[in-house]
Design a protein around this ligand. Structure first.
Ligand code: ADP
Ligand code: MG
Length: 250
């Protein structure tokens, strides 16, 4: 496969302003099939904004985004999910008072593009339910199925959120600080979950914890003030003095 045909996602001069503030400035980013990309940068560098633009949670001010060669810059979030873009958020966005199982069922419903049908009981949809149970099995959360999300540990909520994103069958998975706020043990569980994600899914990870981040990454993009400062293989970026500068100079 040549380097053009295995491109999953590509941005060109992608920019976003908030009023007078340039949060992202002409970002060029290409992610290839199966890649494990780490997005580094100090707080406020524009990392989450970049994810928001890729998913359609925010619209770009200028520039473009292609997913598998298709221009998605003006497409809705739902259309991008169907093209294979899934994400998790820096702040967990599950329905806390609903059960773990229902949360997974809702994420699967989104995938099937099916509207809520008031004449059909949600709980009675056996197929959807059995698919949701399979998702929970895969991440070892089946025992939690009938508990409310709010009653689960933070680590279990994180794993659930990642499992729901994977259940959408993405080809590009965007993970925004999935290790933040986790205990050592929870961190190991999330790490194991990420290591088990099939290699045909490309992953972009935002993470500050260098131990887990560097163990995960093949390639690194370093952002500062909304611009790409540096990009390359993990070892090259880590060895580059600019990486140190960006982190120590903030
Ligand atoms: P990071 O994830 O790298 O910490 P963000 O992408 O969240 O950074 O934010 C980049 C900059 O853009 C920050 O200065 C932030 O305050 C600003 N910003 C992000 N989202 C908004 C918004 N919706 N409205 C105004 N400013 C925003
Ligand atoms: Mg962020």
């Amino acid at each position: 496969m040549d380097s053009r045909t295995n491109t999953v996602m590509r941005t060109r001069a992608l920019s976003r302003r908030f009023g007078g503030f340039q949060a992202l400035d002409k970002v060029e980013l290409t992610v290839r099939q199966g890649e494990r990309r780490l997005l580094l940068g100090p707080n406020g560098a524009g990392k989450t904004t970049l994810f928001n633009l890729l998913t359609g949670d925010l619209t770009a001010t200028t520039g473009s985004i292609e997913i598998f060669g298709e221009d998605v810059t003006r497409l809705s979030t739902a259309s991008r999910v169907h093209l294979g873009v899934s994400r998790t958020y820096q702040i967990i966005t599950l329905f806390p008072q609903d059960t773990v199982l229902h949360n997974v069922m809702l994420s699967l419903t989104g995938l099937r593009r099916r509207r809520w049908n008031p004449w059909q009981s949600f709980a009675a949809d056996r197929l959807l339910q059995s698919d949701a149970v399979k998702v929970l099995d895969r991440v070892g959360l089946q025992a939690m199925a009938h508990r409310t999300v709010a009653s689960c540990s933070y680590g279990d909520q994180r794993r659930l959120e990642i499992a729901m994103a994977i259940a959408q069958k993405p080809r590009l998975l965007l993970l925004d600080e999935p290790f933040a706020g986790l205990s050592q043990e929870e961190r190991a569980q999330v790490q194991e979950l990420l290591a088990g994600i099939p290699r045909d899914i490309a992953i972009v990870l935002i993470e500050h914890d260098m131990d887990v981040a560097l163990a995960f990454a093949d390639t690194i993009t370093l952002l500062q003030h909304g611009r790409v400062v540096l990009e390359g293989t993990r070892d090259a970026v880590v060895a580059d003095p600019r990486t140190r500068e960006v982190y120590l100079g903030q």
